[in-house]
Design a protein around this ligand. Structure first.
Ligand SMILES: [Mg+2]
Length: 363
C-alpha cells in the first residue's frame, strides 16, 4: 500500500514537472507575442530597424498565412530582426519565383514554410548562392527537415532555428529528363518507376487526412506491376543492365518512422546514393521490405545501392518520375548529378537542441 502511495506521488510530481515546463514555454511565447504587439517596442523598431531581415515563403494550402506571418513577425521583432518579407506560393509559382524575389530584396535568410515541394522550389533558387534557407516543415513527409534534424510540429522553434541556427552546407541533386533538357533541383530523392508511380497515384485528399498511410494505400495497388528493362550508367563509366521496378537517387535517406532507405547516404559527402529495386513478384517485395527495414538495402534482397556523382538511367518503357515527392511526368531517360555543398541550410545549434529538449524558450 505504501509503495502504491509513493508510486502515485512520483507520477504526480513527474506530471507537474513536465506540465510546468510546457507552460513555461507557452508563457515565454506569450511574452514574445505581447512584445510584438506593444506599440512602444514598435516605435523603437521604427527608429532602429533590425540589422537582419528574413523572407518567409508560405504555401497557403498548408498553413494559415496570417497567423504564421504574425508569429514570424513577433519572433523577428523579439530577436531584433526587421519584420519579415512574407510571400505566398501560388499554383504557377511553387516557391522558386518568390525566393528569387527575396534574393533581389537582399534578405539574410529565406524561410520556406510548406511541404517538401515548397522546400524544393525555394532550394532551386537558393542553390549556388550564399543565402541560407530556413525550414518550417508543414508537409506530410518533411523529409529534408527530418534529415537535417529540424524540429517538426514546433513552428516557433523552426522559425528561431531559421534566424539563429548554424549554417550547414549540404549537397543538392539535379535531375534531367533528356540529355539537353531542363535541370531540376532536388534536395532529398529523385526516382524513376514504382516510387514515382506511387507518388503520382496517391490520393491527395486521403494524404491530407491520413498522412503517409495514403502512400501505403497507393503502393499496395502498384505492387503487382511488371519490371522494366533499364541501363544504368554510373559516372559515365560503369554500366549495368537490369530488370527493375524502381531506380532512386538520393542525397539523404531518412524517411518517416525512422526508416532509412539509403543507410549509407550522407547529405554533404558530394555523392549520390543510387538504389535499384528489382523484385519480380510479391514474395520478393517482402525481401525488399525486410532489407529496407533491416537497413541492409546496400546489398539486400533484390536491392542494390551504389555511390556515384552522376547516374544516367535509360529505360525502354516510359516510367513515372518524382522529385522529392513531386510527380514530374513520364520519361524513358533520367539523369541525376550531385552539386556538392551547393545549398546552405539553417540547422539547430547544440544549445538550441538542448533548449528544445528542455522546452526552455530563451528570454
Ligand atoms: Mg550524399
Amino acid at each position: 500500500m505504501t509503495w502504491l502511495v509513493i508510486g502515485g506521488l512520483v507520477v504526480v510530481l513527474l506530471l507537474a514537472f513536465f506540465i510546468g515546463r510546457r507552460t513555461g514555454t507557452r508563457l515565454a511565447l506569450k511574452r514574445v507575442r505581447q512584445y510584438a504587439r506593444n506599440p512602444e517596442s514598435s516605435d523603437a523598431e521604427a527608429d532602429h530597424p533590425g540589422r537582419y531581415r528574413a523572407a518567409l515563403i508560405v504555401n497557403p494550402t498548408k498553413a494559415d498565412v496570417r497567423r504564421l506571418a504574425s508569429t514570424a513577425e513577433a519572433i523577428c521583432r523579439f530577436e531584433g530582426w526587421s519584420p519579415p518579407l512574407v510571400l505566398e506560393t501560388t499554383l504557377d509559382d511553387s516557391g522558386e519565383g518568390a525566393a528569387v524575389r527575396a534574393l533581389d530584396e537582399g534578405v539574410d535568410v529565406v524561410i520556406a514554410a510548406g511541404g517538401d515541394g515548397t522546400i524544393r522550389a525555394v532550394a532551386s533558387a537558393l542553390a549556388g548562392t550564399s543565402t541560407p534557407m530556413g525550414i518550417v516543415p508543414l508537409g506530410t513527409g518533411n523529409l529534408l527537415a527530418r534529415n537535417v534534424d529540424i524540429v517538426l510540429d514546433k513552428t516557433e522553434w523552426a522559425l528561431r532555428i531559421a534566424l539563429w541556427g548554424r549554417n550547414r552546407y549540404i549537397d543538392v541533386g539535379t535531375a534531367k529528363l533528356a540529355e539537353d533538357g531542363d535541370s531540376h533541383v532536388f534536395t532529398v530523392m529523385t526516382g524513376l518507376g514504382f516510387d514515382a508511380a506511387v507518388m503520382a497515384d496517391t490520393n491527395s485528399d486521403l494524404k491530407s487526412r491520413v498522412g503517409w498511410l495514403a502512400y501505403v494505400e497507393a503502393g499496395s495497388r502498384k505492387l503487382a506491376g511488371r519490371p522494366s528493362h533499364v541501363k544504368v550508367t554510373y559516372d559515365n563509366d560503369y554500366r549495368i543492365s537490369a530488370r527493375v521496378r524502381s531506380v532512386l537517387g538520393g542525397n539523404c535517406g531518412k524517411l518517416q518512422g525512422g526508416l532509412q532507405l539509403l543507410p549509407q547516404a550522407v547529405i554533404d559527402d558530394g555523392m549520390l546514393d543510387v538504389l535499384i529495386v528489382s523484385p519480380k513478384n510479391i514474395g520478393q517485395w517482402v525481401g525488399v521490405l525486410a532489407s529496407i527495414v533491416g537497413r541492409r538495402a546496400t546489398k539486400g534482397l533484390h536491392t542494390d545501392i551504389r555511390k556515384c556523382q552522376k547516374v544516367v538511367i535509360e529505360s525502354k518503357d516510359e516510367l513515372d518520375v518524382q522529385l522529392d515527392g513531386d510527380a514530374l511526368g513520364r520519361s524513358g531517360y533520367l539523369e541525376m548529378e550531385v552539386m556538392p555543398s551547393a545549398l546552405t541550410v539553417r540547422v539547430p545549434t547544440v544549445e538550441q537542441r538542448r533548449q528544445i529538449r528542455a522546452e526552455a524558450w530563451p528570454v
